[in-house]
Ligand binder design. Structure first.
Ligand code: SF4
Length: 60
């Protein structure tokens, strides 16, 4: 399960980072990004994506 995050859409709310902290993190510009090594299980990765208020994360 690979999440793809559109940083143009991200508003930096932090929901994905809070729900799946081993998958998503903030970059220096306050936008979320996907970590190179995903440490959460699939349900957690999906939960973070599904909870994004601006649908910035798509699961491939
Ligand atoms: Fe950005 Fe969406 Fe994550 Fe919020 S939940 S930080 S808007 S990617």
């Amino acid at each position: 399960m690979t999440p793809v995050l559109d940083q143009e859409k991200c508003i930096g709310c932090g929901v994905c980072v809070a729900l799946a902290p081993k998958t998503y993190r903030f970059n220096d510009e306050g936008k979320a990004e996907v970590m190179a090594e995903i440490g959460d299980d699939d349900a957690t990765v999906k939960s973070g994506a599904d909870s994004c208020p601006v649908q910035a994360i798509v699961i491939e």
